[in-house]
Design a protein around this ligand. Structure first.
Ligand SMILES: [Zn+2]
Length: 307
């Protein structure tokens, strides 16, 4: 009897300990699940089987709680999704630049604004000498010599492009209409004197200029709708800072502005007053060639640089 009751008590003790432990374990599991379900929708879905009983006990409460959690989680996911997309785009861009550098994609587009002038033919001579091509964003100069240069640009395989009729910021950017007039006027001028229709454009002062009274975004839209492609620059030769910037400085500005790989659009000027730009050109071409750069004219396949 004594032995039996002792055994019995021991068993009962053991049983109750097991029951208590099981209950605690179960509570812990439920608690852990409840915490996890708040933090992640995925976890809710994965643990759906285990939570079924609970859901059945208080269907309405749980359903609404779940809805809230789901909505919250969804909006969180969306936020994360968009920031993830941003990160991906950034990474893609970085990778693209790295790839270009690694794959040896080294391209420089030399561009000359504000000509033609007496300097244009000298620049064309130098380009010929080195067997490279460039791009000329022209203004409305009317001397026979300038018209001749415009034709020579095209015939020699360089690219002629539109800069401006007047090059007067107050006039060009007075309104969207005056902007259109300036762009189309210069396109027409080039066509009338060369028979060549060009669709490349550069904003006087760049697309980031702060002098425009009209809305630059509207100007950009106009260009896009009409089929023009505009080019800013990512390397500035610095030859517009003042007249006759020492040629060494111009060479240095360009060579230090061009990185170890990738594509560069270099801003230079072939206006009459920029004679040191002409003097700097051989040093620039030699320096770029030494570093393995291709010097190319802008074509429809050129990736535009925008400010
Ligand atoms: Zn200009």
């Amino acid at each position: 009897m004594v032995n039996f009751s002792k055994k019995c008590r021991t068993r009962l003790k053991k049983k109750s300990v097991i029951i208590v432990l099981s209950v605690i374990a179960l509570l812990l599991v439920i608690l852990a699940f409840a915490l996890e379900s708040k933090s992640s929708k995925k976890h809710v879905e994965a643990a759906a089987g285990a939570s079924e009983e609970e859901t059945q006990e208080q269907p309405e409460e749980n359903a609404s709680a779940e809805e809230t959690t789901e909505a919250e989680t969804e909006s969180e996911t969306n936020k994360e999704g968009s920031s993830l997309a941003e990160v991906t785009t950034e990474t893609e861009k970085e990778n693209e630049t790295k790839l270009e550098a690694v794959s040896g994609k080294k391209k420089v587009y030399l561009t000359f604004d504000d000509g033609p002038s007496a300097n244009t033919s000298k620049i064309l001579d130098i380009l010929d000498e080195y067997g490279v091509k460039a791009t000329f964003f022209t203004i409305c100069n009317t001397r026979p010599r300038d018209i001749e240069s415009m034709n020579r640009i095209i015939e020699s395989g360089n690219t002629i492009a539109i800069h401006s009729v007047s090059h007067e910021y107050s006039q060009i950017y007075a309104s969207l209409d005056s902007f259109k007039e300036d762009v189309l006027g210069m396109q027409q001028y080039i066509y009338d004197h060369t028979g060549y229709e060009t669709w490349f454009y550069r904003f006087p002062g760049g697309s980031s200029n702060k002098k425009a009274k009209c809305d630059i975004e509207e100007c950009k839209n106009f260009l896009k709708e009409e089929g023009f492609t505009y080019f800013d620059w990512n390397v500035d030769s610095g030859d517009a800072k003042y007249n006759n910037v020492p040629k060494e400085e111009i060479v240095e500005n360009v060579l230090s502005g061009v990185g170890d790989g990738g594509e560069y659009v270099v801003l230079m000027h072939d206006a009459a007053a920029k004679s040191t730009t002409v003097e700097a050109l051989p040093g620039i071409i030699e320096g770029l060639k030494k570093r393995g750069y291709e010097i190319l004219p802008i074509t429809k396949d050129t990736r535009p640089v925008h400010h």
